[in-house]
Design a protein around this ligand. Structure first.
Ligand SMILES: C/C(=C\CC[C@@H](C)[C@H]1CC[C@H]2[C@@H]3[C@H](O)C[C@@H]4C[C@H](O)CC[C@]4(C)[C@H]3C[C@H](O)[C@]12C)C(=O)SCCNC(=O)CCNC(=O)[C@H](O)C(C)(C)COP(=O)(O)OP(=O)(O)OC[C@H]1O[C@@H](n2cnc3c(N)ncnc32)[C@H](O)[C@@H]1OP(=O)(O)O
Length: 283
């Protein structure tokens, strides 16, 4: 480690040492007007696998914005949390995501977003920070999993809902591309672990990993296909990122119709489960 890096780490450790993560519960992360245009909405759609034939996703004349673009537009809130020095940003991962759609995203326009820390859970070694982003169109809750920041005497919070044991009602499969993360990062999340082999290795990954929200966007499109719905008609979504997806991996999707809404789902690559405890509902 260079002298500068060692000094920065020591400052960071000192800054982090006197802050109890529990004190972040309810923390106001600010408000922001986020604008996007046709090009942004189309780029997002392409980055989560839209086809040229899906004119409502790739042609400005017919454009609809995918609801899963909402949490991506709210990612500044996780950055705002990271800047507070509450956890080691070099090890944090997007652990889980919830999305409640209140009304369709405009195909282009401005959103008025507010953000706060809804909760902080103490998982022993790790802390989980729930970052809630609200606007007229949606409520998004991103769980940021921060290894090494737990053990502060907080509540443990909910455990993952296990996936159903019975055979799935339906299955699907979607191929990601080796370039998927390199493309997706142009939608706004340029964190190095998604493109730089050295940054990925530093968090113990064999190569750069896919953004959680990219995996989600890809899988929601497949869930919509399975349900005979359109991904733009998503109303409700919750899922845990159980393990990283590597760009180029095939994702197998399983759904369970339990007779109740929402529909349960999970997803796996050849290496094992990557999404667990999923719940989804389309209009
Ligand atoms: C977008 C993204 C990552 C971004 C997040 C951060 C990296 C960034 C947020 C803030 C950023 C910084 C900030 O902006 C300031 C700067 C700004 C500059 O511009 C840039 C630099 C910054 C410093 C900036 C840097 C970063 O951007 C930020 C810090 C991603 O997409 S990451 C990819 C998607 N996610 C994944 O691939 C995760 C996959 N999951 C796993 O690998 C594992 O599940 C796990 C490692 C998370 C946990 O496994 P583990 O084996 O450790 O856990 P267990 O022992 O099984 O369970 C222990 C308990 O924890 C519970 N639990 C387990 N897994 C999860 C989970 N996924 N979510 C929530 N809770 C979980 C489990 O149930 C156990 O609890 P109990 O049940 O109660 O026992």
């Amino acid at each position: 480690m260079s002298a500068v890096a060692a000094c920065a780490a020591s400052v960071r450790d000192k800054e982090m040492s006197h802050v109890n993560p529990r004190e972040a519960i309810g923390l106001d992360l600010g408000r922001r007007t986020v604008a996007y245009d046709d090009r942004d909405a189309i780029l997002y759609a392409l980055a989560v696998g839209a086809r040229a034939t899906e004119l409502e996703l790739v042609f400005e004349r017919d454009l609809r914005a995918l609801p899963t673009y909402g949490p991506a537009l709210g990612l500044w809130a996780a950055d705002a949390l990271g800047e507070r020095g509450l956890f080691d940003v070099s090890r944090a991962l997007h652990g889980a995501q919830r999305l409640d759609v209140l009304e369709p995203l405009p195909p282009r326009g401005e959103l008025e977003l507010t953000a706060r820390v809804a909760n902080v859970w103490d998982k022993g070694d790790a802390a989980v920070f729930e970052v809630e982003v609200d606007c007229r169109q949606f409520r998004s809750v991103a769980a940021i999993f921060a290894p090494g920041s737990g053990g502060f005497g907080g509540e443990r919070g909910p455990s993952a809902a296990g996936d159903p044991e019975q055979p799935p009602s339906a299955t699907g499969s979607v191929q990601t591309t080796p370039e998927q993360a390199a493309l997706y990062r142009l939608t706004g999340d340029r964190h190095a672990i998604h493109v730089d082999p050295a940054a990925a290795a530093a968090i113990g990954q064999p190569r750069p990993i896919l953004h959680g929200l990219c995996t989600l966007g890809v899988v929601v499109r497949e869930l919509a296909r399975i349900a005979g719905a359109h991904a733009c008609d998503l109303r409700e979504l919750a899922v845990r990122f159980a393990a990283p997806v590597l760009p180029g991996e095939r994702i197998e999707v399983r759904t369970w119709e339990t007779g109740e809404t929402p529909t349960r789902f999970a997803a796996a690559t050849a290496r094992g489960t990557v999404l667990s405890g999923g719940e989804v509902r389309f209009a």
